[in-house]
Design a protein around this ligand. Structure first.
Ligand code: SF4
Length: 243
C-alpha cells in the first residue's frame, strides 16, 4: 500500500503525547486562511512512500517513544488517504506503537456506509484523535477554511459515542476565532462530548508566510498578528469549561 507523503519528522513533541514520529500526508481539501503548510495542499505534489518502508523507518525510533510517545499521522488532511492510514496504523501496531491521528474531520460522512466502515476499521487501530475544530459557527468556518464544519462536528459526536480518546485543537486567530462568544459556544459543544482528555489552544503564528511567497500564493492574513498572551490565556480559560 502506498501513500502520498509531504514529509516526516522523527522528534515531534507538539502533535500528541510524548516524543512522536510524525508523518505529514500530502493533499488537503481545506484552505484554512492561516495554514502554515500550503505546500501540503496539492495531492500530486507528495512523495510516494509505502507502508512497509515507513514502518521500517518508524520502528527505529521505538526506544525513544517510551511509554507515552508513538506515531502521529497529520497533514494535509490524512483522511484523504484513509486506506493508507489504516494500513500504516495496523502495521505499526504490530510493534506495539501508540497511534494518533491529527485531522479536521472534514471528510467524515455518516451517511456513506462504505466510508463509515473504513472509519470503524481505522478506529480499531487509532489510540488518540487530535480533532481540529477550526470554528464552531458554520458560516465563520466556511469563511475561514472554505468548507462547512458539519462533518467535523458529526465526527466529534461519532467518536465520542464510540468512547474514543479525543484531544480538541483550536487555532486562536485574532479577528476570526479569538472572540469570547465563539469560544463559549465551542466550549458548550465540547461539554457535550465524552472522551475529551484535553483542549489545546494553538495561537496563530505567521511562520508559514514565506511558503506562500515561494509558491506565489497570496497570503490571506497579511494584517493579522499573533494573539497576545492574555488572549491565549483567556481562550484556555473559556475552553476549559467545556471539560
Ligand atoms: S486542514 Fe491543515 S493542511 Fe489543510 S488547509 Fe487547514 S491547516 Fe492547512
Amino acid at each position: 500500500m502506498q501513500g502520498r507523503i509531504h514529509s516526516v519528522f522523527s522528534g515531534g513533541t507538539v502533535d500528541g503525547p510524548g516524543i512522536r514520529f510524525v508523518v505529514f500526508t500530502q493533499g488537503c481539501p481545506l484552505r484554512c486562511k492561516y495554514c502554515h503548510n500550503p505546500d501540503s495542499w496539492l495531492y500530486n505534489d507528495g512523495e510516494v512512500r509505502t507502508v512497509a518502508d515507513l514502518t521500517n523507518e518508524i520502528i527505529k525510533y521505538k526506544n525513544y517513544f517510551g511509554t507515552t510517545g508513538g506515531l502521529t499521522v497529520s497533514g494535509g488532511e490524512p483522511l484523504l488517504q484513509i486506506d493508507f492510514v489504516i494500513e500504516l496504523f495496523k502495521s505499526v501496531k504490530r510493534y506495539g506503537i501508540n497511534t494518533a491521528l491529527d485531522t479536521s474531520g472534514y471528510l467524515f460522512n455518516e451517511n456513506n456506509a462504505e466510508l463509515l466502515s473504513k472509519y470503524e476499521e481505522l478506529d480499531k487501530y487509532c489510540d488518540l484523535y487530535l480533532l481540529d475544530v477550526k470554528h464552531i459557527r458554520d458560516d465563520e468556518h466556511k469563511a475561514l477554511t472554505g468548507v462547512s464544519n458539519v462533518n467535523t462536528l458529526a465526527y466529534a459526536k461519532w467518536l465520542s459515542n464510540r468512547g474514543a480518546k479525543i484531544w480538541i485543537r483550536h487555532v486562536l486567530v485574532p479577528g476570526y476565532t479569538d472572540n469570547d462568544e465563539y469560544l463559549t459556544e465551542l466550549s458548550a459543544f465540547i461539554g457535550t462530548l465524552k472522551g475529551v482528555e484535553k483542549v489545546e489552544v494553538l495561537p496563530y503564528h505567521t511562520m508559514g508566510v514565506v511558503k506562500y511567497q515561494n509558491l506565489g500564493y497570496d497570503y490571506p492574513l497579511k494584517d493579522v498578528t499573533a494573539p497576545t498572551k492574555e488572549r491565549v490565556l483567556n481562550a484556555k480559560n473559556i475552553l476549559k469549561l467545556g471539560k
